[in-house]
Ligand binder design. Structure first.
Ligand SMILES: Cc1cc2nc3c(=O)[nH]c(=O)nc-3n(C[C@H](O)[C@H](O)[C@H](O)COP(=O)(O)O)c2cc1C
Length: 242
C-alpha cells in the first residue's frame, strides 16, 4: 500500500457520523472553507456544477436551521451547518462556463475534441436541462431513446425526474469529499436528510427548482458523540465480480 493509501484508509475508517459535538472546543472555521474548496473539485455530471453550499455560522441562523433539522442533536450541538443544494435552474450559466473554457486560449484540448464538446454543451445540455412543461418534452425524449435503444445502446435517463437524480448524484459526491476532508482536518460531521426542506428553502430564499441534498453538521466529537459501533455488510455480500 502506498503512503497516500494508508492515510486515505485512516481517513475513511476514522470518519463517523457524530451525533454530539463538544461545544467547549475552540472551533476553527477555516477548515470548512478548505473542505468546501476540495468538495468543489468533486467529479460532477458533465462538469455542470449545478450546486451551492450554504454555510450557516451565525448562531441565530444555526438555531433556526437546527430546528428545521428536527432539532436533532447533530444539528443542535454543531459549530456549523452546511446546506448542500441542487441548482438545476443555473444550467445556462454552467453551459456558458464550459463553452468559455473550451474556447479559452489556455485550453490545450485537441481541435476535434473541442468541436465535439462545443456541440455537447450547445445542443445536448440545453435539451437535457431545459424546463419541461407538464413532462411532455420528457415523454418525447423517452420515446425517442426507447426507439433508438432498440438497435444500439442508448442513454435512457432523459426525463426531468432523471435530471434531478443526476444533479443529486453529483452533490452527494461533493458531500462525501467534504466529510472526508473535514475528518482529515481533525473535525467531525454528520450528514442529515431528516429536515423540513420547505422551511429551509424558504429561510435560504432558494428558488422553487432548487432542492436540499443534505445538511451536514460540523464540530468536534465528544467522548459519547458516536452512538453505536459501525456495521456494514461483508465485502462478499455486496461486491460481485463478473
Ligand atoms: C443521505 C444520508 C442521510 C442521513 N440522515 C441522517 C439524519 O438525518 N440524522 C442522523 O443522525 N444521521 C443521518 N445519516 C447518517 C447515517 O445514519 C450514517 O451514515 C450511517 O448510520 C452509517 O454510519 P457512519 O456514517 O458512522 O459510518 C444520514 C446519512 C446519509 C448518507
Amino acid at each position: 500500500m502506498t503512503n497516500e493509501a494508508q492515510i486515505f484508509d485512516k481517513i475513511v475508517n476514522g470518519r463517523r457520523s457524530v451525533r454530539i459535538y463538544d461545544q467547549t472546543h475552540e472551533y476553527d472555521k477555516s477548515i470548512v472553507e478548505r473542505s468546501l474548496q476540495r468538495a468543489i473539485l468533486s467529479p460532477n455530471s458533465s462538469n455542470m456544477q449545478l450546486w451551492e453550499f450554504y454555510r450557516i455560522t451565525d448562531s441565530k441562523a444555526k438555531k433556526q436551521i437546527a430546528h428545521y433539522c428536527m432539532d436533532q442533536l447533530p444539528a443542535t450541538t454543531a459549530n456549523e451547518l452546511v446546506v448542500f443544494v441542487t441548482r438545476p435552474d443555473k444550467y445556462k450559466e454552467s453551459i456558458k462556463l464550459n463553452l468559455d473554457l473550451i474556447n479559452s486560449p489556455n485550453n490545450f484540448e485537441k481541435e476535434e475534441r473541442k468541436e465535439k464538446r462545443r456541440n455537447y454543451y450547445a445542443k445536448l445540455m440545453p435539451a437535457f436541462y431545459t424546463f419541461d412543461f407538464l413532462f411532455i418534452f420528457s415523454l418525447l425524449k423517452k420515446a425517442y431513446v426507447n426507439i433508438v435503444g432498440l438497435k444500439k445502446p442508448a442513454i435512457r435517463e432523459v426525463t426531468s425526474i432523471d435530471k434531478k437524480v443526476t444533479i443529486h448524484k453529483s452533490v452527494g459526491l461533493a458531500a462525501q469529499t467534504f466529510m472526508l476532508s473535514v475528518y482529515a482536518e481533525g473535525y467531525d460531521t454528520c450528514p442529515m436528510e431528516g429536515f423540513d426542506s420547505k422551511r429551509i428553502k424558504k429561510y435560504l430564499a432558494l428558488p422553487k427548482k432548487a432542492q436540499i441534498n443534505m445538511v451536514i453538521s460540523v464540530g468536534k466529537r465528544t467522548a459519547d458523540g458516536i452512538f453505536y459501533p459501525r456495521i456494514r455488510y461483508n465485502y462478499n455480500d455486496v461486491v460481485k465480480e463478473i
